[in-house]
Design a protein around this ligand. Structure first.
Ligand code: SAM
Length: 196
C-alpha cells in the first residue's frame, strides 16, 4: 500500500459524496448502463461481486434495484466492512470460491503493490464468469484526466500497458470499463471487443 493509507472514516468522507470522486447518484447512472449492456448481450445478471466496495454504492444499487440478484460486497478495510456491511477480504489474497456474472472492481487496484495486483488479477479472473467493470486511474490519467482535488493521488501511478499485460490472460476489453472473461461464452462482434 503506498504510504500507509488508512481506509477510515476520514478517507471515505474526503473522497466520496458531492465533493468527492463520485457519489451514489453518479454510480446509479453507471450501474444502470452496465446492467443494461449486459442485458443487450443477453446476460441476465444473477450474481454480483463488488470488490473493494468502500461506501457500497454499487452493491447498494443492486440490493435495492435488483433484490433477487445475489450480491457479495467485500473490502480490505475494517472500517468500510463494519460501516457499510461488507465481508472483509483482500482481493490479492482471497480467491472467491465461485464465479459471478458481474464483478465490480472500481478504483481499487491503484492501491496494492505490483505483486499484489498480479495476484488480485488472477483472483478476479477466477471470480468473473462473464463481465468485470474495472476502473483504475493510470499514470497518464493522473497527468491529463484526474481531478486531483477530488481523487486520492497517493497511490501507484502505473502505465495502462502494465495493467493490460496482466489482464490479457484472463480478460478481453469490451469498452467503457467493461472486460469480458475469457471463460465467458457470450459471442461478441469483431468490432465490439479488442481481441489481440
Ligand atoms: C477508492 S475506494 C473505491 C470504493 C468503491 N469501489 C467505489 O468506487 O465507490 C478504494 C477501496 O478499495 C479498498 N481496497 C484497497 N485495497 C484493497 C484490497 N487489496 N482488497 C480489497 N479492497 C481493497 C479500500 O479499502 C477502499 O475501500
Amino acid at each position: 500500500m503506498p504510504q500507509n493509507i488508512q481506509f477510515d472514516n476520514t478517507y471515505y468522507q474526503r473522497f466520496y459524496g458531492k465533493t468527492g470522486v463520485h457519489d451514489a447518484e453518479k454510480i446509479t447512472h453507471l450501474a444502470q448502463g452496465v446492467h443494461s449492456l449486459c442485458a443487450w448481450w443477453g446476460l441476465p445478471i444473477r450474481s454480483v461481486l463488488d470488490v473493494g466496495a468502500g461506501p457500497g454504492f454499487w452493491s447498494n444499487w443492486y440490493r435495492t434495484q435488483h433484490p433477487k440478484v445475489k450480491v457479495l460486497s467485500t473490502d480490505i478495510s475494517e472500517h468500510a466492512c463494519t460501516t457499510y456491511g461488507h465481508q472483509r477480504r483482500d482481493i490479492s489474497a482471497w480467491s472467491p470460491p465461485r464465479a459471478y456474472d458481474l464483478v465490480i472492481c472500481h478504483g481499487v487496484l491503484q492501491y496494492p503493490s505490483n505483486a499484489e495486483v498480479r495476484q488480485a488479477v488472477v483472483n478476479l479472473g477466477r471470480a468473473t464468469k462473464h463481465f468485470m467493470y474495472l476502473e483504475i486511474p493510470t499514470k497518464s490519467d493522473f497527468e491529463d484526466v484526474v481531478d486531483a482535488a477530488a481523487t486520492d493521488i497517493n497511490v501507484h501511478h502505473r502505465a495502462g500497458a502494465w495493467y493490460r499485460k496482466e489482464l490479457a490472460p484472463y480478460f478481453v476489453q469490451v469498452g467503457a470499463g467493461l472486460w469480458q472473461s475469457r471463460q465467458s461464452n457470450i459471442p461478441m462482434y469483431e468490432l465490439e471487443a479488442f481481441r489481440s
